[in-house]
Design a protein around this ligand. Structure first.
Ligand SMILES: Cc1ncc(COP(=O)(O)O)c(C=O)c1O
Length: 459
């Protein structure tokens, strides 16, 4: 019989101890953090699933490359390696390094957008939206209805609704749409993938209308692997062939190398447009650095040059996608409500369905995140009423899986903790705010438990 067990495709050379705490200690720590897991010291977290961004483990090849970093201010050898490695996958003429994804976004939207413009996407990530809005343009999400139903199982719930894109362009006028973005995979939409057919259709609309088409490519490797698994005609292609085919459909991209760049810091901006690239480099020099380092050290460029190729290795992607699904499937089999199907980089618990007795204004997602910490020292993040206020249509808790960091037994532990919290869900209370900042309040908010369930019901 063929061997079916999927194992971590690495062995561990250097270990980082994690620290156990008692429940009594965690209660005290969470009180000191005002019920906000962002305010916890990381050393007091046993399994940290706050984000998959910049939290991955680098390979021996990346660490070896780090030692070869050329720290020359201009024309560094490390930049040449970085550029060549990225062009090998993405194929774009200009590769501009930045310190992380949002810096690439800021430069792109500053150069391409003006007040009154409209930028469509499948779903803008929050920094993307904020950077579009910062230049006075409007960020519009065009997710099809199936992408908005958490429990629905469909292969490409991250797609953009193409008819809605055409309608939007017709309604506002082509001249007000300076570019179209497609986020692969769709992070804010539950880590769901975008199909090649959908990218092709979006590209065709853009070409017909003469509108530049850009990818937010943070998780392009995971997206490529989902296409290989789920889209007919791609089963025999390599993830790299799939990625190349997809990027050929566009005119450029923004990228946070903290995700599928397998690095702890870094990003880049690509374009095929010479005039635009010049303006982007001018802006880069103003705030990020010279165009051959863009705010990164030569060693960071080396780590990304190697990491971005490793992210496309098939044995890695097989393990990556399978291990995320392993967590999702094991808890959903026991009735725990999650966004279906499991995404590439994270599992999202549906906190409104998990804790139906806690109304949205008492932050069911925060209550659930607190409980995961109290029960097992696990840190996750609320994506819901605390993060988005009244605009939140869902209350989710995201369990993001850092790349190559945790083993299957860590994930088995996470499953056990979630199931224990699920069993005791009825005794969990909601929370109320005691402090909030005027914007991005979730990072610094302070909360306290409400004593009784009816409290605040009239709010
Ligand atoms: C889809 C998406 N776009 C952009 C970004 C921004 O990247 P960075 O955090 O490197 O600025 C992120 C980060 O989480 C993301 O998930």
């Amino acid at each position: 019989m063929p061997i079916r067990t999927i194992i971590e495709p690495f062995r561990i050379k250097s270990v980082e101890p994690i620290r156990w705490t008692t429940r009594a200690e965690r209660e005290q720590l969470l009180r000191a953090a005002y019920g906000n897991v962002f305010l916890l010291p990381a050393d007091d977290v046993l399994i940290d699933l706050l984000t998959d961004s910049g939290t991955g483990a680098m390979s021996t090849f990346q660490w070896g490359a780090v030692m070869e970093g050329d720290e020359s201010y201009a024309g560094s050898r490390s930049y040449i390696r970085f550029r060549d490695s990225i062009q090998d996958i993405f194929g774009y003429r200009h590769v501009i390094p930045t310190h992380q994804g949002r810096a690439a976004e800021r430069i792109l939207f500053n150069v391409m957008c003006k007040k009154g413009d409209v930028v469509p996407s499948n779903t803008h990530f929050d920094t993307t939206r904020a950077n579009v809005e910062f230049v006075g343009a409007e960020a519009v999400d065009l997710l099809p209805p199936e992408g908005k139903q958490p429990s629905l199982v469909a292969p490409f719930k991250g797609n953009m609704e193409v008819a809605a894109l055409e309608n939007l362009i017709q309604r506002v006028g082509r001249e007000r749409v300076p570019l179209v973005m497609l986020t692969i995979t769709n992070n804010s939409g539950g880590g769901q993938p975008v199909s090649m057919a959908n990218a092709r259709a979006v590209s065709a609309v853009c070409r017909r209308q003469g509108i530049p088409f850009y990818f937010d490519a943070c998780r392009f490797a995971e997206n490529s692997y989902f296409i290989k698994l789920r889209e007919p005609g791609y089963e025999n292609k390599t993830p790299k062939q799939i990625a190349r085919e997809m990027f050929q459909l566009g005119d450029g991209c923004t990228m946070s190398a903290k995700k599928d760049g397998m690095a702890n810091i870094g990003g880049f901006l690509c374009t095929n447009d010479d005039a635009l690239a010049q303006q982007e480099k001018d802006l880069l020099i103003l705030t990020e650095g010279y165009p051959t380092y863009g705010g990164l050290a030569g060693r960071d460029l080396e780590a990304i040059a190697v990491g971005i190729q490793e992210a496309l290795q098939e044995d890695y992607l097989k393990y990556r996608i399978a291990s995320t699904a392993y967590l999702g499937n094991h808890i959903s089999e026991q009735g725990v409500p999650i966004v279906q199907p499991p995404g590439g980089h994270a599992i999202y618990l549906d906190a409104r369905a998990f804790l139906p007795h806690i109304p949205p204004h008492q932050f069911p997602g925060v209550a659930l995140a607190c409980e995961l910490y109290l029960e097992g020292g696990i840190r996750a993040v609320e994506i819901g009423s605390l993060m988005f206020g009244k605009a939140a249509t869902m209350d989710l808790v995201r369990l993001a899986i850092p790349r190559r960091v945790y083993t299957q037994s860590h994930i088995d532990y996470v499953i056990e903790v979630i199931l224990e919290v699920w069993r005791q869900r009825e005794r969990i209370h909601g929370l109320r705010l005691t402090y909030e900042a005027p914007f991005l309040r979730h990072f610094t908010a302070r909360l306290e438990p409400v004593a009784d369930r009816a409290e605040g019901a009239a709010e």
